[in-house]
Design a protein around this ligand. Sequence first.
Ligand code: Q0N
Length: 293
Amino acid sequence: MVPDESSVPHMEHVASGKVRELYALDHERLLLVATDRVSTFDVVLPTEIPDKGRVLTGLSAFWFARTRAICPNHLLAVRPDGRSTECRRLQMLPIECVIRGYLSGSGWRDYRATGEVCGHRLPEGLRESERLREPIFTPATKTASGHDENITRAQAGALVGPARLAEVERLSLALYRFAADRARQCGIIIADTKFEFGQDGDGRLVLGDEALTPDSSRFWPADGYRPGHPQPSFDKQFVRDFCERTGWSKTPPGPELPEPVVAGTRARYVEAFERLTGIAFAAYLADPTVVLR
Ligand code: Q0N
């Protein structure tokens, strides 16, 4: 009945993330589907944010199209539904390539405890959310429990080899610098971001997963940025504030979101899309390939 729903694949399921699904199209290609699910405090909520998956798919495709000269990526096509992308099948590396331009989250916690983040010794006296003089590469691995654990460069080198590691560090820093500069001009701080790389059949490094979305990054409004405190999330702050107000224990199940929180959050995702791409979200819905031009 609804044309959009007919594109939901009836295919071999390859992997699930909290809010995305991966299916096999054939031996060389995967279909990556971004749902409208939203997670907060590591829990997927029972209420969806309409079009969130389309916003993230469009943003990721936008960045893939603009960073191809820095690094090849797995994107082959964006489907007309705006939430599914056809991707090259890769051999993924077993590390997450995190770049931090600002001190937040586990970076801030590790710095407070040790003065270091993943082996980078940082100057004394930095404040929470402070901008770093230079962005740093802070690799992580997924633990058995599904959480991320920061590792040192030496540990990452043992997992992928020192030459591969040097290459993904250089590429990750270049990708982050490119996007963070552009985003800053649009009033959005990309505080940190995570990349996942794989290799193709010829052993060449290819950027996979999603790239430079609010789910793989911390987006902060540049307006009102004030180090010394946690910063509000550009996209999820209404969700977090609501969850805090309800007194929810932050263990599953999460609370249903009221309509004004859903509408406000959807508007923030659309605003991030429009600010960063300079493209009306309605134009993306009409023809998702607009982000590739
Ligand atoms: C792959 N994951 C991570 C997305 C990400 N191009 C690829 N080729 C082979 N495998 C993968 C990719 C990609 N991207 C990446 N798992 C497999 C986890 N997920 C889970 C669900 O959605």
